[in-house]
Write a new protein. Structure first.
Length: 416
């Protein structure tokens, strides 16, 4: 409020002026915060006075969040402030081995104290000091033969006695102060070795097929045969006499990765008193034509305009069929042809046997036929086939003039 006075020699006058407020000042942020730190293990609902955690944070997924804070009043004036939320680390990620299972095969004659047998890679996504990991052997080493350091290296600290034990199954534990993870280490100590053995077997071989035949040697009765690693599903079995047979059906192409295998690789172990021999055994699964082609779609459709100038020389593209066959070689090669029910349409449509491209070679008339449906087949090199349905819609063109229903119309009109 402002008060103004004026006077002359006789009269004094006073005027009061009141200044009314208008909303001409935007909100102002107090302080100069441009960065704020929040621990990744903060619970949902945690707040710092004006900023609240609404979802679970994970620094290993996203360590910074850029947000814009807007302050506004009822007069619609506002101010903006860019804010970076830095997610600080917490010990929330366990240490991880690069594998769950390890296999070490070592020759006893080459074994020495201090020898490194294995280097396991252990990682922890947390930052220091939360990613400091300590490793321990928790089971499988009752005689203290082995030692592991915090870098994941496994050493020999005492020579084993083959008469007492040939193989060891160790459990190694990684601990970061809060979480722990384990891995299995299998160690096979041998004092003789044999050449690698390779055999092939057709994927449609019958259960009971013999892969390795036992030698007719009576001295083998004192031997013990076992098979280790590489055959988790127990597809093969080694008998007491050393013969190896197929005990489950094979399938090279099955989409189930636990079943589909084109090669098996495992170790055959032969033991006789103080002698342990290992032989690497590779079984290759040979392909047979047991798969049919599979179309990329259950059905195909296309639309084509009527009255196009289509011919053998001027083919109109409709669509491309696509089918795949999981077999190898000629058994996996696919060609296309019309099914037997398409003879009446073969002067209208053509299909490229190799590419699956479907074309029109004749002019179509919607008023005569507005829809075509027929089957096509995908056939592999072994004769196995699959069919699918193709639908072709004919689109209308303005090619017909209006026609009166009658040539002459007679009307009667009352005069006036």
């Amino acid at each position: 409020m402002v008060r103004i006075s004026a006077k002359d020699s006789d009269v004094i006058g006073t005027v009061t002026v009141r200044v009314s407020d208008v909303n001409d000042n935007a909100q102002q942020f107090q302080g100069a915060y441009e960065h704020i730190a929040i621990a990744e293990d903060s619970r949902v609902g945690t707040n710092s006075g004006w900023l609240m955690v609404a979802e679970v944070l994970d620094r290993e997924t996203e360590d910074e969040h850029a947000i814009v804070v807007i302050a506004s009043d009822e007069g619609r004036l506002s101010s903006r402030r860019n804010l970076t939320v830095i997610v600080t680390d917490a010990n929330d990620s366990p240490a991880l081995f690069d594998r769950n299972n390890y296999l070490v095969v070592v020759d006893f004659d080459k074994l020495s104290i201090g020898q490194q047998l294995l280097h396991m890679i252990v990682t922890d996504a947390d930052l220091p000091p939360f990613n400091t990991t300590v490793l321990y052997i928790t089971s499988g080493d009752e005689y203290g033969i082995f030692r592991v350091d915090n870098e994941g290296r496994l050493f020999v600290q005492k020579l084993p006695h083959l008469k007492r034990q040939h193989d060891y199954s160790l459990t190694v534990l990684a601990f970061d102060g809060k979480h722990y993870t384990t891995a299995n280490v299998k160690i096979l100590i041998v004092n003789c070795s044999a050449k690698q053995l390779k055999v092939s077997i057709a994927e449609d071989a019958e259960v009971g097929t013999l892969l390795i035949e036992a030698a007719s040697n009576t001295s083998r009765s004192s031997l013990r045969f076992t098979m280790s690693d590489g055959d988790e599903l127990e597809t093969f079995r080694i008998n007491k006499n050393g013969s190896v047979v197929l005990v489950k059906k094979l399938d090279r192409e099955t989409h189930d990765k636990q079943i589909a295998r084109s090669q098996y690789e495992f170790l055959l172990k032969t033991e006789a008193r103080d002698v342990v021999c290992l032989q690497r055994f590779i079984v290759r699964v040979e392909d047979v034509n047991d798969e049919s082609p599979i179309f990329g779609q259950l059905a195909y459709s296309a639309t084509v305009k009527e009255n196009l100038n289509a011919s053998e020389e001027n083919r109109i593209f409709l669509l491309r069929l696509d089918a795949e066959d999981a077999d190898l070689g000629a058994g996996g090669e696919v060609h296309y042809e019309f099914d037997v029910n398409v003879e009446s349409y073969m002067n209208i449509f053509r299909i490229d046997a190799k590419t699956g491209v479907l074309t029109v070679v004749a002019s179509l008339d919607k008023e005569a036929q507005d829809r075509y449906e027929f089957d096509v087949r995908a056939i592999d090199g072994g004769g196995k086939s699959t069919k699918t349905r193709v639908t072709v819609e004919v689109a209308n063109e303005n090619d017909n003039e209006p026609q009166f229903e009658s040539n002459i119309y007679r009307l009667k009109v009352v005069e006036n």
